[in-house]
Design a protein around this ligand. Structure first.
Ligand code: SAM
Ligand code: SF4
Length: 317
């Protein structure tokens, strides 16, 4: 569906839980968040209805996210039901990867087409530090499990943080040399735990090109990422620059939170509830939300935090 600014909105990110088995410092508070009552959250049936409503408006790509989607009970069945909706061309999941050894094959068989795995460091100690609760080896094993399950291309999302992982840029880029891995560097955003990070952590994706000048531009943008490749590499490198290069004019998505709030823009606090509505009513609410999707967000940088009004685990990145 085309919005008021001529953008074709064909993509929805659906968060299925606010809960997570990690506590990444830029995302969640150390103590986690209070589990909310079932009544407040979308049921699986409502989530599938919302997906159908979105598809009826021309949405073709659906990403399941969270919190950590793989801690959600019934996640495989939910994916199966969403993948089976006529009109869904791509069903993706964004996951921290820790539970993929258990779930990768089941998700693949359920019809999930793509996985984005979040991984900010290749160093065990740094991984445990940044996630507070995680083990690097679980994620590395999860990546292998995803390839074994049949996923052909794996995307790795890496949040760039000055003084934390900028010294690993080359190591991440090298992961793309021999395997069909797409490493996507993402600028740290002042949202959730990220708001309290010191300014030096907010570095531009331009650093990637400075450190690895051999990267060749593919002169294409995969949605929000500008794409690059090492000469002769099997995989690719994407740069996602929400801070240094605003991409609102190309934004093609809306978001649905686990408590049933539609968010037409990640960085604005406007939300519209679809919970408790029929599929047809949801479609009407979504149509309005898409039509009223703001043209752009406010200025956002280390001094001007996001106005999302929620942490990322409660929106779904
Ligand atoms: N738990 C899953 C995961 O980590 O992939 C899915 C949800 S998580 C909120 C989605 C993405 O948001 C992750 O790639 C994470 O790194 C990113 N994210 C969270 N907080 C962020 C922040 N302050 N700045 C940039 N990216 C952030
Ligand atoms: Fe959990 Fe993902 Fe947030 Fe990390 S980024 S705390 S894995 S929801």
């Amino acid at each position: 569906m085309i919005d008021n600014y001529g953008r074709d909105i064909n993509y929805i990110r659906i968060s299925v839980t606010e809960l997570c088995n990690l506590r990444c410092r830029y995302c969640m508070p150390e103590e986690g968040i209070e589990k909310r009552s079932h009544e407040e959250m979308m049921t699986a049936e409502e989530t599938v209805d919302a997906a159908k409503a979105a598809v009826s408006l021309g949405i073709r790509k659906i990403r399941i996210t969270g919190g950590e989607p793989l801690v959600k009970r019934g996640i495989v069945k939910l994916c199966e039901e969403i993948a089976a909706i006529d009109g869904v061309e791509e069903l993706c999941i964004t996951t921290n990867g820790t539970l993929l050894r258990k779930y990768a094959k089941r998700l693949y068989d359920a019809g999930v087409n793509r996985l984005n795995i979040s991984l900010d460091t290749l160093d065990r100690d740094k991984f445990s530090y940044i996630t507070r609760l995680g083990e690097l080896d679980d994620v590395l094993d999860g990546i292998e499990a995803a390839f074994e399950a049949g996923f052909e291309k794996i995307k790795i999302n890496t949040v760039l943080m000055g003084g934390f992982n900028d010294d690993e840029i080359e190591a991440f880029v090298n992961l793309t040399k021999d395997r069909p891995i797409e490493v996507r560097f993402i600028e740290l955003m002042p949202i959730g735990g990220g708001i309290d990070f010191d300014k030096a952590k907010f570095i531009s994706c331009q650093q990637v090109l400075q450190r690895v000048p051999e990267l060749e531009s593919l002169e294409l943008s995969d949605g929000v990422a500008s794409m690059y490749r090492l000469p002769g590499a099997a995989g690719r490198v994407g740069l996602i620059r929400p801070i240094s290069c605003e991409f609102c004019s190309g934004c093609n998505k809306i978001r649905l939170t686990a408590d049933g709030m539609l968010k037409p823009c990640l960085h604005l606090d406007a939300e519209i509830s679809v919970k408790g509505h029929t599929q047809d009513e949801m479609a009407e609410i979504m149509r309005e939300a898409i039509l009223n999707k703001p043209q752009k967000r406010e200025t956002m940088d280390a001094d001007n935090p996001s106005r999302a009004g929620r942490n990322m685990n409660r929106i779904g990145g």
